[in-house]
Design a protein around this ligand. Sequence first.
Ligand SMILES: *Cc1c(COP(=O)(O)O)cnc(C)c1O
Length: 380
Amino acid sequence: MTNDQMKPATIAAQAAGATDNATGGVVPGISLSTTYLRDADYALLRPDNIYGRDANDTVRQAEEVIRQLEGAAASLLFPSGMAAVAAVFRALPSGARVVMQNGIYWGTLKWVRDYCVRRAILLDEIDAADPGALAAACRSSADMVWIETPSNPWLKTVDIAAAAGVAHKAGAVLVVDGTAATPVLTRTLDLGADMVMHSATKALNGHSDVLAGVLSCREPGSAMWREIVTDRHDAGAIIGPFEAWLLMRGMRTLPLRMERMCANAMALAEYLAGHPRIEAVYYPGLVGHQGHEIARRQMQGGYGFLLSALVTGGRERALEVVGRLRLFHRATSLGGVESLVEHRHTIEPHTGIPENLIRLSAGIEDAGDLIADLEQALEG
Ligand SMILES: *Cc1c(COP(=O)(O)O)cnc(C)c1O
């Protein structure tokens, strides 16, 4: 059985076969060296290792785990999710045209808007979850279409295969931010995307102790991918080996964590949907959700760990509920083993996020305990 035929649980648990050949250890060591030896004839002992900014065995091992989970031809790690986003945009020529989903992760939107102004890149923001709007935006030629599914914090679901179809007709590459799905819940490249990006800070690592980002592609020979590879090396957006090693350790349990987190998120969504003090729940697993049918087709094993809800009674009431929670940590970010709650409007007050929206990231705790915590916070 080749590695590419193995299931995610096997790839992840065994870190795609990485062991420590030097010591015989089951767990690979951390390669910290920034520079590599040459022999008396000045030949490199390992021709693929010259300097730490070029390559590092620990980083390669972590990239290989993601490459196999993603079913990608190549994967590249970055020191944060935003560094991965920036690497993609830096590969575009000045004057390019980008079609981008609106209402996505605020950090991405904010940086991309600024960058596109500086580079004279034409940015069209559209509601990509509306297939008509996406098709209309792709009627004129474009260089790149960027979507995020499920989106953060609205949990909008975009049909990746359909988006790839219209993007390719416009001559554009389709790049998907799959952070809220992970490679375990959605095979983004198999659905037709050219590139997939994840903030590995979130569920890929899963323990809220590493900043990392990753890009994976189907066509490593494409001009855009080669540009990204060169730019990472030359401009030096390199993840440290310790972070890469921690990430690899975290990813060993990714499929297991996803099972529990998806089940918990579903239980929380169903509980909240039936609660009189909740106006609306956004979760792709709920039958009434905007993208439920698409999510059912393009996600496997669950609908993710992220959900949002509108608390009846406005801003004060929402903040009261958040303040009364005892198990959910009040903190930004998502995808960790511990459940988090966030009042998004406090973070991005000018982007139209309702003042009564709370976003939950379901961890791996007991679902009954989490629901009891919500219960006391909503009833109080
Ligand atoms: C967090 C996040 C990012 C940015 O990643 P960092 O690792 O924080 O730089 C990008 N997209 C989504 C959907 C995210 O949740």
